[in-house]
Design a protein around this ligand. Structure first.
Ligand code: ZN
Length: 76
């Protein structure tokens, strides 16, 4: 079974995935809507690359900068 390579926010949005963002400081995980995030990044002119998002992501819980971003399936 081939695994999709998803390395950008807009690609995840296009395939119907959300993003699971896990803080590498405290382990707190949130699920982000990839479609809304694509619009937000586009408006700000920022990179859609997941690895850039990982570098920039800042945890609201512990203030740690740096996270793991994984595509996750949308559960209805
Ligand atoms: Zn944290």
């Amino acid at each position: 079974m081939a695994r999709l390579k998803l390395d950008s926010v807009n690609e995840c949005a296009r395939r119907g995935y959300n993003l699971r963002i896990t803080c590498s400081g405290c382990g707190r995980a949130i699920e982000a809507n990839a479609v809304l995030l694509t619009q937000e990044l586009g408006r700000r002119g920022e990179s859609m690359a997941l690895e850039k998002l990982e570098e920039r992501a800042k945890c609201r819980e512990c203030g740690h900068r740096g996270a793991t971003v994984m595509p996750c399936e949308v559960n209805f």
